[in-house]
Write a protein that binds this ligand. Structure first.
Ligand SMILES: Cc1ncc(COP(=O)(O)O)c(C=O)c1O
Length: 398
């Protein structure tokens, strides 16, 4: 059964964090991304037949499997963060940099190493960006990550290995390593005290995804009424929430944050109720590998606790069903290949729209036949063997 809670945390001033997702700034970052030959706007899949079946006005899925040819949205963040870091270190404006000028500018740093901790997608993106810049990347994966994801990172020319630590401990380990290695920096999407620049830039880069989606909806003359955003450390969710809140203001869609039950640090932080974050420890076993993070990013928490209305936690079987439904669309609906974390929001949506147990949540959230629901499939089949086992063989049934 899905867990959910309505956010009643007293409002606090989050304007500084929200300003990061200022719409004009994100438009400028979109211009930066456009300078990459691998960049293109990813599709917004309009699932009309599914919406009709589930009795809502529209379901729109942003398909990030096609982003930069890397099968997930992650490179949106680290490309801009690395550019912004290089610009700041060399005393330049980041707006002077683009795909053409970045490698030559990066060389002025000398031989440089970018470190990152990852479940796979972020590390692949950092490795790819470092290679594009002619620099070195050292990537550590948390325990239990599939070999195929390690291979993708190694293929980008990075030094990479799987550790025996959980995700949050891997970050701590890599951070110490980066601090003691000359000419290096950790590129991480989660903010902690004293480490806010790079996670802020990563979130700004991610916000381009939500901006693209809103522009695609505008072209369809659709204003979303509801938005579903999955969270690991919350950088993606905070970026989407921030951008959408800035773009639509008072008229913003009602948003739901979606986590796996095994790593429900945002859900528990809302349950705590006083605005302080809650940390989930241990192994956090879930097929939603990208969401298996137990420590909220403080920057994202600042936005989400003030702007997101419902916080939810799902089981693995829900994500698996999301993958199957996206992979086997109804009638003329487009197919979306979506991995375990990518399909988590669809998994939750299916429960939200069909489960007897969630009637109260539907009512509170104002879900009805006119609802226009935006969600993000943040990855493709990043673990192809598991994808087939789930989609073909029905692994993790509900
Ligand atoms: C596919 C996918 N979706 C969502 C997320 C969640 O992003 P965040 O950690 O910023 O919450 C991740 C993180 O790795 C991911 O890989």
């Amino acid at each position: 059964m899905v867990k959910w809670i309505e956010n009643k945390i007293p409002y606090s001033d989050c304007s500084k964090s929200l300003d990061l997702m200022d719409v004009d700034t994100i438009r400028k970052i979109q211009i930066f991304h456009r300078s990459f030959p691998q960049y293109s706007v990813t599709p917004l899949a309009t699932l009309d037949a599914l919406a009709m079946e589930l009795d809502v006005g529209g379901i729109y899925v942003k398909d990030e499997s096609l982003r930069f040819g890397l099968n997930s949205f992650k490179a949106l963040g680290c490309t801009f963060a690395i550019a912004a870091y290089i610009a700041k270190t060399l005393g330049k404006s980041v707006w002077e940099l683009d795909y053409e000028t970045l490698p030559e500018t990066a060389r002025k740093l000398g031989e440089f190493t970018f470190f990152a901790a990852t479940d796979g997608n972020h590390g692949r993106a950092v490795a790819w960006a470092a290679r594009e810049l002619g620099q070195k990347a050292v990537i550590f994966m948390n325990k239990g990550c599939p070999q195929v994801r390690l291979e993708h990172i190694l293929k980008e020319g990075a030094e990479a290995s799987i550790s025996d630590l959980n995700y949050d401990d891997t970050i701590r380990y890599v951070n110490e390593l980066a601090q003691t290695t000359p000419n290096s920096v950790i590129v991480q999407d989660t903010a902690w005290e004293g480490y806010e620049d790079i996670p802020g830039w990563i979130m700004q880069g991610y916000a381009v995804m939500a901006l693209e989606a809103c522009e695609q909806l505008q072209e369809l003359e659709v204003k979303p009424t509801h938005m579903l955003i999955q969270a690991g450390v919350g950088a993606f969710a905070g970026s989407a929430q921030g951008l959408v809140s800035n773009l639509y203001g008072e008229d913003s869609p009602v948003s739901f944050v979606v986590e796996p039950k095994a790593a429900d640090c945002y859900y528990r932080s809302v349950l705590r109720g006083d605005g302080g974050p809650v940390i989930v420890d241990g192994d956090m076993r879930t097929i939603m590998a990208g969401l298996a993070c137990g420590e909220p990013s403080l920057l994202s928490w600042d936005i989400l606790k003030n702007k997101s209305r419902f916080f939810t936690a799902i089981d693995d079987c829900h994500a698996a069903r999301g993958m199957r439904v996206l992979g086997a669309p109804m009638r003329a609906d487009p197919r979306v290949i979506s991995g375990e974390s990518g399909a988590s929001a669809m998994g939750f949506l299916l429960e939200l729209l069909t489960s007897e147990d969630l009637m109260e949540l539907r009512d509170k959230a104002g879900i009805n036949k006119d609802s226009r629901i935006l969600l993000f499939s943040t990855e493709g089949d990043t673990d192809p063997d598991n994808y087939r086992d789930i989609v073909w063989n029905g692994k993790y049934p509900c």
